[in-house]
Design a protein around this ligand. Structure first.
Ligand SMILES: [Zn+2]
Length: 266
C-alpha cells in the first residue's frame, strides 16, 4: 500500500484544494503538515472492494425491515445544503439519515448551484427546516479567496458564485482567521439567498432557514465536531438566536453549546 506524507500534498493543485476529496485536513488547514500522520492512498481496486464489502456489511446489519418504511416514498424532516467535503457527513447529526435527511452537496454548500434540488426539499417534500451547513477549513472558501483562474470551467463557475462573500469581508485578522470568518459569512450569504427564494414559506412559518458550521477544528471553542448554529432566518446575533422559538425544545446547556459566531454578518 503506497503511503504519502501530507506535506507532499502541498504541491496539490488548486483543483485538489477546491474539490477537497483528495485534501486531508492538513492541506485545508493551510499550515503545518510536516509532523502530521502519513496518509494512506488506497488503490482503485481496494477502494471499490471496500465499498462493496461495506455494502454487504450494511445489508447484513439491516434486514429487509429496515427498508419497509420507505418503499414507496420518502418523508424526511430536514433538508441540508452542505459541502461535498469528505470530512462532512450526516452522521454528525447522530440520527439515521435514511428517510430523515434530504441532502444537497456541492463545493461551498451553495444554494444557487443546486437551486432545483433545494426547491425539491423545501417545496415538494416539504421539510420544515432548511439547514445551510458550512464547515471549518472549507477548501472552496479558501480557493475563492485566492486566484483560481487556472481552474476548470466547472470549478470556476461554482467558485464565482462565492465572490459576493469574499468581496464583503472586512479582511481583519490573519489568513486563517479570515478564512474561518468567511466560512460563516458564506453560511449567512446562503441563508440570505434561501430567504429570498422561500420568503413566503418563512413568512407563513412553514419553513425555518437555519445556518450552521460543522466545527471539527474547534474554532468556536465548543469542542471538535460541534454543530454551531450561526443564523436563524437571517438573525445572526447569538443572544437573539438563542431566544428563537425553533430552539424551544433545547435546554439552556444545549443552546449555549450549539449557538455561536465568529463573524459579523454580511
Ligand atoms: Zn467545504
Amino acid at each position: 500500500m503506497k503511503k504519502i506524507h501530507p506535506a507532499t500534498q502541498f504541491t496539490c493543485t488548486l483543483a485538489c484544494a477546491a474539490l477537497l476529496a483528495c485534501a486531508p485536513a492538513v492541506l485545508a488547514s493551510g499550515g503545518g503538515g510536516h509532523d502530521g500522520p502519513a496518509v494512506e492512498v488506497k488503490s482503485a481496486e481496494a477502494t471499490i472492494k471496500a465499498a462493496v464489502s461495506g455494502n454487504d456489511q450494511f445489508t447484513g446489519h439491516n434486514d429487509s425491515h429496515h427498508f419497509d418504511g420507505f418503499q414507496t416514498g420518502q418523508t424526511p424532516t430536514l433538508t441540508v445544503v452542505t459541502c461535498s467535503d469528505s470530512r462532512v457527513h450526516t452522521h454528525l447529526f447522530g440520527m439515521a439519515p435514511d428517510n430523515n435527511i434530504f441532502v444537497i452537496r456541492n463545493i461551498g454548500n451553495q444554494v444557487k448551484n443546486a437551486e432545483g434540488s433545494v426547491d425539491y426539499g423545501v417545496r415538494h417534500l416539504p421539510t420544515k427546516i432548511l439547514l445551510i451547513l458550512g464547515h471549518s477549513s472549507c477548501g472552496a472558501i479558501k480557493a475563492a479567496m485566492g486566484d483560481y483562474s487556472g481552474e476548470t470551467k466547472g470549478i470556476k463557475e461554482e467558485l464565482d458564485n462565492l465572490k459576493p462573500v469574499i468581496a464583503a469581508e472586512d479582511k481583519s485578522g490573519d489568513a486563517n482567521a479570515r478564512w474561518s470568518k468567511n466560512v460563516e459569512r458564506n453560511v449567512d450569504y446562503q441563508v440570505k439567498t434561501a430567504l429570498e427564494l422561500y420568503k413566503e414559506k418563512v413568512a407563513a412559518k412553514e419553513l425555518t432557514v437555519v445556518g450552521a458550521v460543522y466545527d471539527f477544528n474547534d474554532l468556536y471553542g465548543k469542542g471538535r465536531g460541534k454543530l454551531v448554529i450561526t443564523n436563524i432566518n437571517g438573525e445572526t446575533t447569538p443572544n437573539k438566536i438563542m431566544d428563537h422559538p425553533v430552539l424551544k425544545d433545547l435546554n439552556r446547556g444545549e443552546i449555549v453549546n450549539h449557538v455561536g459566531s465568529l463573524a459579523p454578518a454580511l
